[in-house]
Design a protein around this ligand. Structure first.
Ligand SMILES: [Zn+2]
Length: 95
């Protein structure tokens, strides 16, 4: 049964190739560090104890959902940090 010997050899080669590929991938990753790349952009920042943060479109401040003022509902809901911002935003939208 020489076949088993071949299978073992092929598997060993595949493992070696994978190891080498991972090694080179690590080098490539080391050269191009995505630490502050523009590709890492998320709509909402990390969650906190006050619920997940939403962005005030007027002043750009992030506020916890629980402490924000909501305008609209569902997917089109807009969140504001204060009554001032909500006022200014609706005024700007109207005019
Ligand atoms: Zn605001």
């Amino acid at each position: 049964m020489a076949l088993i010997g071949w299978i073992i050899r092929i598997v060993a080669i595949l493992l070696l190739v994978r190891l080498v590929m991972r090694f080179f991938a690590g080098i490539v990753r080391g050269y191009s560090t995505p630490a502050s790349g523009p590709s890492r952009r998320s709509a909402t920042p990390a969650t906190r104890e006050g619920g997940h943060l939403v962005r005030d479109p007027h002043c750009g401040t992030y506020v916890p959902v629980g402490r924000s003022l909501r305008e609209g509902s569902g997917d089109s809901a807009i969140y504001f940090c204060s009554e001032n911002c909500r006022h200014a935003w609706s005024a700007r939208k109207a005019g």
